[in-house]
Design a protein around this ligand. Structure first.
Ligand SMILES: NC(=O)c1ccc[n+]([C@@H]2O[C@H](COP(=O)([O-])OP(=O)(O)OC[C@H]3O[C@@H](n4cnc5c(N)ncnc54)[C@H](O)[C@@H]3O)[C@@H](O)[C@H]2O)c1
Ligand SMILES: *[C@@H]1O[C@H](CO)[C@@H](O)[C@H](O)[C@H]1NC(C)=O
Ligand SMILES: *[C@@H]1O[C@H](CO)[C@@H](O)[C@H](O)[C@H]1NC(C)=O
Ligand SMILES: [Zn+2]
Ligand SMILES: [Zn+2]
Length: 358
């Protein structure tokens, strides 16, 4: 089956080949996440269609697709939920083994679903949402409320859920606790909302860009600091500020030095440090092993610990019921063909989330 679609690269006669199909849908809205910013300009293979924070409407479904149909509103899931692998079957884990198939940026047979003038274009995160159309497996979408505004709930596809869930599910922030959040982008601000929802008494925001402080405070940070304002390392500043270190610390930057600092900022005995920031495979973190003697915990978190298909539908319902708020995270809206402006806004730290609309 072949779909010829109007495209960003219209000069290019862009074709989506839906071999192992599944379902196709036009993307209606997609956010630009910090993860894409990390991939741009590094040794990513080009040409590639990035984008993983999307929402759209199903256009057609392939044989055997039973849980979504034409016309359904869906959110893309960079972390699928196959329901059958060891992680999906375990009540704690959410790292569905099927995600690993997306790491090659190609189909399992080495071909691509996207071509331009006959040349292959690499996939990204099994979602490739920076496109008018995409082709996705059933296990990589969650069906959502018919009336949900896609230009808002697309943030549930990554940024919001990742941060909010890191506080609620991974760290299990407790009422009255002290938290610190390193990195106040869309994901870090969502961690702050999660800490607040969990009843944290003190939430310290940490960022080198002070323009992020106002929104962080609006969303629940009780104070904000910049590491650049201190001579001492940030972990010593946080231990001084709290007397004992923070109970929950989140690294939401993707910087190995800050990850080590986040762990050292935690309470010696029961402090929990959650790593949300993304590091490429092979990047090492230099940690003093003595930090573990007293009992600290270091944990990773993907997609906020949510079981993607099961939980995304509910998160959208919570947004519709006004139990969670995404709107403050969306600082910009642009058409997809202005994507380079969105990249610039992220690079210069002027935007939290720019939602690209078609
Ligand atoms: N684990 C997951 O499932 C998952 C999902 C989404 C994003 N991520 C990762 O989370 C991280 C944050 O994503 P985002 O979309 O919020 O990105 P972002 O770029 O919007 O935010 C990053 C923030 O970190 C700040 N920062 C940069 N260097 C710093 C430093 N040395 N000290 C203090 N602050 C610093 C920046 O000023 C910015 O405000 C990225 O690494 C991204 O790849 C992980
Ligand atoms: C993900 O994409 C790869 C190709 O990138 C493909 O082999 C695999 O079947 C896809 N998996 C899912 C879950 O869509
Ligand atoms: C998330 O989904 C799991 C099932 O996979 C369910 O047990 C859990 O209650 C859900 N969490 C929320 C908050 O809905
Ligand atoms: Zn699975
Ligand atoms: Zn993301």
């Amino acid at each position: 089956m072949k779909y010829k679609v109007r495209s960003l690269m219209s000069h290019c006669g862009f074709t989506i080949v839906a071999s192992e199909l599944i379902l196709t849908f036009p993307i209606v809205a997609t956010g630009l996440c910090g993860t894409e910013m990390k991939l741009l300009g590094s040794n990513t293979r080009y040409p590639i269609i990035l984008g993983h924070e999307g929402a759209g409407i199903v256009e057609s479904v392939g044989e055997g697709v039973s849980t979504v149909k034409t016309g359904d509103k869906v959110i893309t899931l960079f972390l699928p939920q196959c329901g059958e692998c060891a992680s999906c079957l375990n009540s704690e884990g959410n790292y569905c083994m099927q995600i690993k198939q997306s790491f090659t940026n190609l189909m399992s047979d080495g071909t691509s679903r996207f071509t331009c003038k006959g040349k292959p274009i690499y996939h990204f995160a099994n979602t490739s949402t920076f496109s008018e159309y995409t082709v996705i497996r059933e296990i990589s979408v969650a069906k959502i409320d018919k009336v949900a505004p896609l230009e808002k709930v697309c943030l549930i596809s990554c940024g919001f859920s990742t941060g909010y869930g890191a506080a609620i599910n991974t760290a299990k922030v407790t009422p009255g606790s002290t938290c610190a959040v390193f990195g106040l982008g869309g994901v870090g601000l969502s961690v702050i909302m999660g800490c607040k929802a969990a009843g944290a008494a003190r939430i310290i925001g940490v960022d080198i860009n002070k323009d992020k402080f106002e929104k962080a405070k609006e969303l629940g940070a009780t104070e904000c600091i910049s590491p650049q304002d201190f001579k001492k390392p940030i972990q010593e500043v946080l231990v001084d500020m709290t007397g004992v270190g923070v109970e929950f610390c989140f690294e939401v930057i993707g910087n190995p030095e800050m990850m080590a600092a986040a762990l050292a900022s935690c309470h010696e005995s029961h402090g929990v440090c959650v790593i949300v920031g993304f590091l490429k495979s092979g990047v090492q973190i230099n940690i003093d092993g003595f930090l573990f003697l007293s009992g600290r915990t270091l944990k990773g978190s993907i997609f906020g610990g949510w079981k993607s298909r099961d939980n995304v539908t509910k998160l959208v319902s919570e947004y519709m019921a006004k139990k969670i708020n995404l709107d403050p995270l969306i600082t910009h809206n642009l058409n997809l063909d202005k994507i380079n402006e969105a990249v610039e806004l992220m690079k210069t730290g002027k935007c939290i989330r720019c939602v690209l609309i078609l």
